[in-house]
Design a protein around this ligand. Structure first.
Ligand code: PLP
Ligand code: COI
Length: 339
């Protein structure tokens, strides 16, 4: 496959139009058969549900070129399932999971020349989403929807690649108890924009949100789950208001079954932060981005792994996960989806 003439090694996390997007419309109570389109714009009513009441949910996954030249995606069945759950929570008609997976295959195949070559450090980011497209003015669900998948080649989410980040304990709340923190709804990101701009202005890479009810426990950042290392333990957050990260769940398996670590998924009080040796942010976009320092309103928590490079255990987790994704290390059954 002839690849596009793109400077893959210098890509950031931005949008570049590719060849095709996938689209399916929901009208008269059902999803149509779907199709590829070269039209990367959307025309909808000025009164569409998505514009007035933010009725939209999305997903994020990636396609990779493996060491032996295949194009693969990572666990798209879990994205299909999460989008399904997100849609139900916002009264959006869910897109059938088997059709989601086939749509991912179709759209990646159509954009294969944009899947970055093996070893380039870049990947093809896949963004499926659904939005209310028909007009609503009273507060209620739309009657018509569009499911789309756009793709775009991306590099590292955080500038500086694998350099440890400094993050802050957020001044704002992300997700209410019994709210929408556990689903991937655009509204969760809209309300994080003010907090992220403020954090960036103060020199921080991200916000680490505490739980909204008590502000005493770790939740997650604006766009990734958090992971911690303590001796031979891989510790992650258990909370009903964080997004169930596919990367985090995969890393829990990798830590236990590939690295022989003990895995703990539990509540993490903020007071425990100084006890951890390493910390990282994990997600499709973030992969694993190491955290060197957390600042809690002037109090600095500096992890022993330091500010120069990824800690040794985080590095092993990173190498194993990306090795599995790029075909260098044998994957657990069902994790690698051949395009
Ligand atoms: N948490 C939030 C708020 C996110 O936006 C993401 C990104 O998808 C994640 C966690 C990581 O989830 P995943 O590993 O499934 O990409
Ligand atoms: C992803 O990791 O796929 C996300 O959606 C996170 C977003 C902040 C880019």
């Amino acid at each position: 496959m002839e690849k596009q003439n793109i400077d893959w090694g210098n890509l950031g996390f931005g949008y570049i139009e590719t060849s095709k997007s996938y689209v399916s419309d929901f009208r008269n109570g059902e999803w149509d058969e779907g199709r590829l389109t070269s039209d990367h714009t959307v025309t909808i009513s000025e009164c569409a549900g998505v514009l007035q009441y933010a009725q939209t949910v999305f997903e994020g996954l990636k396609a990779y070129t493996t060491e032996d030249g295949r194009t693969v995606a990572f666990r798209p069945d879990l994205n299909a399932e999460r989008l399904y759950n997100s849609a139900c929570r916002l009264e959006i008609p869910p897109f059938p999971k088997d059709r989601f997976i086939e749509a991912v295959r179709e759209v990646v195949k159509a954009n294969e020349s944009y899947v970055p070559p093996y070893g380039s450090g870049a990947t093809l980011y896949i963004r499926p989403y659904i939005f209310g497209s028909s007009s609503v003015i009273g507060v209620k669900p739309a009657e018509e929807y569009q499911f789309r998948i756009l793709t775009t080649p991306v590099g590292p989410y955080f500038k500086g690649g694998a350099k440890p980040l400094t993050i802050k304990i957020a001044d704002f709340d992300r997700a209410a108890p019994r709210g929408t923190g556990h689903i991937k709804a655009g509204l969760n990101y809209a309300m994080s924009l003010h907090a992220i701009v403020q954090a960036h202005n103060e020199g921080f890479a991200e916000n680490l949100y505490p739980d909204s009810a008590t502000r005493t426990k770790v939740e997650e950042t604006g766009g990734a789950n958090v992971i911690f290392i303590k001796g031979n333990k891989f510790v992650t957050v258990s909370s009903p208001s964080i997004l169930p990260s596919i990367t985090r769940r995969s890393l829990e398996y990798v830590a236990e079954h590939y690295l022989g670590m003990e895995v703990e998924e539990r509540e993490i009080p903020l007071t425990e932060l100084p006890e951890f040796e390493e910390c990282g942010l994990c997600g499709t976009a973030a992969v694993i981005s190491p955290v060197g320092k957390i600042v809690d309103h002037g109090r600095e928590i500096c992890f022993p792994s330091g500010m120069d490079e990824m800690g040794p255990t985080t590095k092993k987790l990173y190498d194993t996960l990306t090795g599995i994704q790029m075909g260098r290390i044998e994957a657990p059954e069902g994790w690698i989806f051949e395009i």
